[in-house]
Design a protein around this ligand. Structure first.
Ligand code: PLP
Length: 382
């Protein structure tokens, strides 16, 4: 099976596996325990925190380890709900991950607004600057890169506008981390991410808070993480996350994403040239080099997934969290797609280990699926 669903989750890479196994064997203690075995685990966790903070360019004490980005995102929105005045509004982009959208709807009922996006899937910065000159929300949330289209969001510019108006800025960097350079992300007031999108294990993520910030805990019952998140820390997970990200940062610094980006582009050209009615969501915009959200000829997105699966390719129809639901992706609707169009978008997402031949084989498989669904009519019988 050839895997084109890395934006949902990616295989654990050898460096991360090795780091996880070594940590599990070496650091058997609980980092909160008072004896030397516990202290060794705590020291290893501190070391991982320092390395990770150096990559993000923030204070190590800004980092809170969590179970993953869904928890981190819920934690930050819960924090704002508990710490802001009861009239404060939440403004988030219209294309945030469901865990941000639904947590915002839950904690800010009737007090949230969606920052609109253009037809290319990028947030409307003019809208943001104009609205902020009139009114101040309690916080603003804009993701770094979209999980469905891969469209990069102008998070640096949004952060600068927020600074100007002194509004806290929260960035979900799940899809950016490990694919593009992480430096500078630590400047965001709140930042979330997880290891399993870039080759680390599932079950470990982080929330970066303002410098040594007091963030309201979502989980109670212990003093861990400076009383910001109770529960025994996942030491092996944190060490493994750092090992995976360090490798990815080296690959990024060496420019190793240029070639895979070109393979993805060629795949899209082949689809457009070979099949009718194909369009790429966000094609005119800067995108993650691994992602392609393609509007396919109308045979039904689920049918495409099943047929491609039978041919040996794992692809997605949207974010993993919405797979199986019949509702059209809110991301595509926000970009102006009709409901029926949004229903025939497939998401192809490669990984660092994906080969050029695999993109070519995927294009050939898509062409075959279409041909099988549209057999050429027998001219003589007609
Ligand atoms: N945010 C974005 C942009 C995502 O793509 C995902 C997962 O797909 C999440 C948050 C949730 O991450 P996790 O699976 O670590 O809970």
């Amino acid at each position: 099976m050839i895997y084109f669903d890395h934006n949902a989750t990616a295989p654990v890479i050898p460096d991360a596996r090795q780091a996880w196994l070594e940590a599990t064997e070496q650091f058997i203690g609980n980092p909160s325990s008072p004896h030397r075995i516990g202290m060794r685990a705590d020291a290893a966790l501190c070391d991982a925190r320092e390395k990770f903070a150096a990559i993000l360019e923030c204070d190590p004490l800004d980092i809170v380890w969590t179970s993953g980005a869904t928890e981190s995102n819920n934690m930050v929105i819960h924090h704002f709900a508990r710490s802001l005045p009861s009239t404060a509004e939440a403004w988030i982009s219209a294309i945030e991950h469901p865990c941000v959208v639904e947590a915002t709807q839950h904690y800010f009922p009737g007090r949230h607004r969606f920052i609109p996006v253009t037809g290319n899937g990028v947030i409307d910065l003019d809208w943001l600057a104009e609205e902020l000159s009139e009114k101040r929300p309690g916080f603003i949330g804009v993701m770094a890169a979209n999980n469905i289209t891969g469209v990069l969001q102008p998070w640096r510019e949004a952060l600068a506008i927020c600074r100007q108006y002194e509004v806290p800025f929260f960035c979900d960097a799940v899809q950016w981390l490990g694919k593009l350079p992480s430096n500078g992300l630590g400047a965001c007031d709140f930042l979330s991410g997880c290891a399993h999108k870039f080759g680390g294990p599932r079950g470990i993520g982080f929330l970066k808070c303002p410098t040594r910030g007091r963030v309201r805990p979502l989980i109670f019952g212990g003093p861990q993480e400076e009383s910001r998140r109770a529960g025994t820390e996942n030491v092996s997970g944190a060490l493994s996350l750092v090992a995976a990200l360090e490798l990815r940062e080296r690959q990024i610094a060496a420019g190793k994403m240029q070639e895979p980006g070109a393979w993805r582009d060629k795949f899209e050209t082949t689809l457009r040239d070979s099949l009718p009615d194909v369009a790429i969501a966000g094609a005119g915009q800067e995108r993650l080099w691994n992602t392609s959200a393609a509007l396919m000829p109308p045979i039904g997105a689920q049918r495409w997934v099943v047929k491609l699966d039978k041919l040996g390719f794992a692809v997605s129809i949207g974010s993993a969290c919405s797979t199986g639901k019949e509702t059209a992706s809110h991301v595509l609707l926000a970009m102006g797609f009709e409901t029926a169009q949004a229903g025939r978008v497939l998401r192809f997402s490669s990984g660092w280990e994906t080969r050029r031949s695999e993109w070519d084989e995927l294009a050939a498989a898509a062409i075959q699926v279409y041909a099988d669904a549209h057999p050429v009519k027998n001219q003589t019988a007609a």
